[in-house]
Design a protein around this ligand. Structure first.
Ligand code: FAD
Length: 273
């Protein structure tokens, strides 16, 4: 997500509902003017939440728009240990005011797809749920989702779902192993992957370099990072290297996937992946 800087001026919204959905997810509903919906089921927004000591998070955190009804937006937020976003979700109350900026989507299922396979962890569950619910009738959905506990399973409508429990995904997400265990259907389809960054990189490599899937038949998005604080410090101290790598990747890659290969190779060479 380092490639998608949020808009500068956030919209102002007010929290109108807070409800724990599972031991690890709080549903937050907000009301107010927000960026225009993109109408793509994995659309995400950057939320600028109140800080514990006063003021607001200016960097912002990405969250999927789980539902959108006029000026009312729903977000399902994972209450993992630490983190500005997760800590706020644990203490959020009706009347809190937050900012919303940047609206972006990554899901690009081909129009002729007859199946979709959705792989993710609990942070990807809101997007996976929406993608399954909003799929056209002719698209069969299979989902494989890693959640901390059985109580975190939130039924996914219209999807044949396999749940896998992993109480501590920061100690090692199983997404790559899970992807390797899936027999992809034949014919035109799409694979979407959303979860921890290193784990999703592993899945992308598998899909592209081992299965030989063509660009445009899958989409892989890193949603969060193990030890994000350390990564942010490293990013800030080497921002030019990241930017140069991205510029090189955009120029040299013939499509998004080739660009991603080049970007990752450059960062790996610089010891920054
Ligand atoms: C497009 C997009 C959509 C997203 N949608 C959602 C969504 O709908 N719901 C949601 O909850 N998240 C979602 N995420 C992920 C969310 O943005 C990250 O989890 C973010 O790091 C949370 O910020 P934070 O302030 O809580 O933690 P940070 O300050 O980023 O990190 C603090 C610590 O918490 C750890 N951490 C961060 N996220 C997780 C996690 N999910 N599980 C375990 N440990 C974690 C980090 O490794 C770090 O050590 C989405 C991300 C993207 C890019």
């Amino acid at each position: 997500m380092t490639r998608d800087e949020p808009d500068i001026q956030p919209y102002e919204v007010e929290v109108v509902g807070v409800r724990p959905l599972t031991p690890s997810i709080v549903r937050i509903e907000v009301q107010g003017a927000a960026p225009e919906p993109l109408g793509v089921p994995d659309e995400g927004c950057v939320l600028h939440v109140p800080l514990a000591g006063g003021g607001r998070d200016t960097d912002g955190r990405w969250y999927t728009v789980r539902a959108c009804n006029g000026s009312r937006h729903t977000f399902d937020i994972v209450t993992h240990e630490g983190g500005i976003g997760a800590s706020w979700a644990r203490r959020a109350t009706v009347g809190d005011r937050i900012g919303i900026s940047g609206r972006q989507s990554w899901f690009k299922r081909p129009a002729d797809a007859r199946w979709q396979v959705l792989i993710g962890d609990i942070a990807g569950l809101p997007a996976i749920s929406r993608i399954a619910e909003e799929a056209p009738a002719g698209v069969a959905t299979t989902a494989v989702v890693e959640v901390p506990t059985a109580a975190d399973r939130l039924p996914i409508e219209r999807a044949a779902t396999t749940w896998v429990h992993n109480p501590d995904p920061a100690a090692g997400s199983r997404l790559e192993e899970l992807a390797r265990g899936i027999d992809l259907p034949v014919g035109s389809g799409y694979v979407y992957v959303a979860g921890e960054a290193a784990a999703t990189r592993g899945v992308r490599k598998y899909l592209r370099h081992e299965l030989g899937m063509a660009a445009g038949t899958y989409g892989v998005v890193g949603y969060w990072r193990v030890d994000a604080e350390r990564w942010r410090r490293r990013y800030e101290s080497s921002v030019e290297v990241y930017e140069k790598a991205w510029e090189h990747a955009e120029q040299a890659g013939r499509d998004e996937e080739e660009s991603a290969d080049i970007y990752e190779a450059d960062l790996a060479k610089a010891g920054l992946l």
